[in-house]
Write a new protein. Sequence first.
Length: 275
Amino acid sequence: QLRFIDSLRFLNSSLDKLSSFLNKEKLAANPTMSRLYTEFLREYEDLGHMSPVAPNSPTDSHTFFLPHHGVLKESSSTTSPGLSDSHGDHRTISWPFERHISNSHSLIRLAPFVDAAGLLRVGGRLRNALIDPDTKHPILLPRDSTFTRLLLEDTHRQTLHGGVQVMLSVLRQRFWILGDRNPVSAVARRCIRCTRYRAAAAKELMGQLPASRVTPSRPFLNSGVDYAGPFSLRTWHGRSGRTYKGFLILFVCFSTPAVHIEMATGCLPFHALSA
């Protein structure tokens, strides 16, 4: 029979209790399986992999109860049974979190595990890589927590207001934030200094064109004049040379795209008239 629980704090899933009851009935019907199962558990206890805990006895330290059932493969060359997790369609991430992750959850592809410090880390296939352990198994962080936001803002400052790719390369040396680039990009967009540098310069509207620019006329009837220079000019008279300044005068036609260039030796009006 199923025993009663003295306190609600020791109440677990009813499915686990039912599974434990059925396994007990199964072992009672198979004495050989029961004996091998008991020997297997004693061997685990002798190796220090587990220790017995009295029912309804709270402890100061964390105690994890792993639901399981015995498995005996008759075709195997050995006679020792094995232990299998009782949650066939679920994977337990961490008992302190008290939640089960379905096989369809996005975390499963990261193969997460809990280290000795109780931190959730990425598993992956780099166990044999000769790299830093934090880089090999980065700490998993939620995308919406306050700590994650503060970490992203600090990394953004440390990288001298770097972009999304720079921040990701620095963060993934120790951390793996769920949501990929989205939370990193959100912090970069909220940065006031980066927003100021990304701001586009205002484009002023040009004024109305004068009538001479929009009225058909023969070339150079209406022209604009501009100077370019100065340039160094040198002339020779026999063996003696003389150096002086020279300018380019640009005559721009208002009604056509034509431009006429002349050379002048000064900026005064008579220099332009004599060009």
